[in-house]
Structures are given as C-alpha cells and as structure tokens.
Design a protein around this ligand. Sequence first.
Ligand SMILES: *Cc1c(COP(=O)(O)O)cnc(C)c1O
Length: 368
Amino acid sequence: MNIPFVDLRAQYHSIKENIDTAIQDVIEKTAFIGGHYVKEFEKKFAELYGVKHVISCANGTDSLYIIMKMLGIGKGDEVITVANSWISSAETIGQTGAKPVFVDVDPDYFSIDDSKIEAVVTPQTKAIVLVHLQGQACDLDKIEALCKKHSISLIEDCAQSHFSEFNGRRVGTVGIAGSFSFYPGKNLGAYGDAGCIITNDDEMASRFRMYANHGALIKHKHEIEGINSRMDGLQASILTAKLPFILQWTEQRIENAKRYDRYLDGISEIQRPKVRPNSRHTYHLYVIKAQKRDALMEFLKQHGIETAIHYPTALPNLKAYAYLGNPPGNFPVATALQDQILSLPMYPELTEDQIKYTAETIKAFYKA
Ligand SMILES: *Cc1c(COP(=O)(O)O)cnc(C)c1O
C-alpha cells in the first residue's frame, strides 16, 4: 500500500467539476487580481467563520507581517512566540525590526507553554504571536487574560488551525487579529500561495487592507508606504469553491484522528496526540511522539508510508536565530521533541484501511 503524507489530488477529484468551473469563470471574466472573486471569498469566509472582516493577502507569512506593522511594532520592541513552529511565526517579527522572544513548548500539547510566558514579559513586549500549532488551540482564556494584564497585543497564527476552537471560541477571533494561510497543504488550501487576516476591529481592518495594497484604500491615494500582498482571482475562486466542503472535511480529519487513536492504542513506545480539554482539535497534523523516531520513519517509508517532521529543528536552535544568543539548553522541551515527533499521514480523504495499515506497520516495527 502507498500512502502519501498529503493527497491533494484525491480532494481535487472529489470536487473536480466545481474547481474546473471556478477556474474557467475567472479566466473568462479576466478577474485575475482583486475584483469579484476575491470579494466573494472574503465575504463568504467571514460569514462561515463568524468574523466581521476578512482581508485577503498573498500568503500566511505576509498576513503576520501586515498585522505587526499596522500595530506599530518595530525596532526596540519585543514580540513573544513559541519555540516550535514554522519559521514564519518568528521571521515576521524580525522583519519588522523587533526581537523575537521564544518560549518553550508544553510537553503535552507541543504548543507554547503558557506557564512560562509571564517570565519573559518586559516593558518592551508589544505582542505575542500565538501559534495554534497542528490544529490544536492554545488556552485562549488564559492567554487573553495575560495579554490584558500586561497590555500586550494578541496576534493569533491560525495557519494550521482553521475552525479550531477553545472553550467555544474559534481561533483567530479572540486576539486583535488572526492570520491564516491557504498554502495548498493547509486544512483549507488554494492551488498556489494565498492567505488572509481576520479581525472584528473596523479600524484595524481598514489599516490591514491599506497596507497590503501599497498603502492605498482608494487607487492612487497612497496614505502610507505599504506592500504588494494580494490574493489572486484564481486562488480566491478555488477557495470559494472549497468552502461548502470545509466543515465536512474538518469532521473527516477529526474522525480519522479517532481511528488513529483506536488503532494505535496499546503501543507503549509511542505517545498519541493529547487534546486540550475544552478545545476542538482540527488535526492539520496528527503528531505522535515516538521512540527510535528516525528508524521508525525509515521503516514506514520502506513500507510505502510517507511521514514528516514538524519541525526537525526548534526555531531557537536554527542558525537564523543564533544572533539572539539564546544559551543552549534554554528550550529543553522543544529541543528534546525535535528528535521524537513524527507527523503521520493526515487528510480528510485518508481511508480506514490506510490508517489501519499505518498502525499495523508501526506495531510491526516495535515488535521486530
Ligand atoms: C504555513 C504556516 C505559515 C505561513 O503560511 P504561508 O502561506 O506558507 O506563508 C505561518 N505560520 C504557520 C504556523 C504555518 O504553518
């Protein structure tokens, strides 16, 4: 059996007609940048997600950068984020001129250890980029209270957590803004780069929109210098075509995670993902902690199962962050996890047979 890590073709074939029609429409109307399809996606995503404003942009890295720039973050400021994430969460902090301040991860949920945040807050701290990694929401109640107490802005990186919830609130709707990526492999994926910002704040919404579009809300009326970060019409129409299915796909991911949980039960060499109480995990990734991780990964590969590591090097351990001068050993949990975590194939179209086969192959590896 061959099981790819993600299978974007399976999803395309399940809604081929909708996608092909959507693409054809954009070409016929030559609505390539901005225009009808982008507006339609923004409106429909806002309705479905339950948020006032959706501001589309080119990708889920720009969205973080735009949010921070429009919050006035820059040189001399500090922004807190988590030690294990995709580099965008930290890179965009550096791009503004501010200093990324890392916090170690929680050994249970692999996201920011919220008991360690307060210790790194200083008078320079302006914001926190809170990453809801793998589809698991952070404890938004606790972190919202902490941000209020210290007057720091809460920015939510939801690139891996479309429709995840904590205590009944959707991620991205609690802080000043939520940042989404629609990179093809994300839970809601375009056929190229795309991203958006969500917010319930009218004034910030218009600032984000202006900055993403060369500092102009009206053509040629540039109020500030901005950037070019636009979603194109093809991506918007593809995303709109996918929206009617996204809730069902999310349910299928959750169902597939339950199947993994059942079939992987009783293997003492691995730890299955733990779900934070009161939260809805949407399983962008199904990450196990495994003994002899590298050998297991190789064994699975030999048996046709493709896996991945998110991420093989914790952010503070990357060469890119050597300039921060963090002493080695400062992030013990994230550093230990980088050699133990393994992401198993996860997507809505994954079948029960594929999950069972993966689990049986893992069992066979530890028996050998
Ligand atoms: C994918 C991702 C991003 C960046 O999104 P792009 O659209 O690829 O720029 C940011 N943060 C996290 C946590 C991600 O997983």
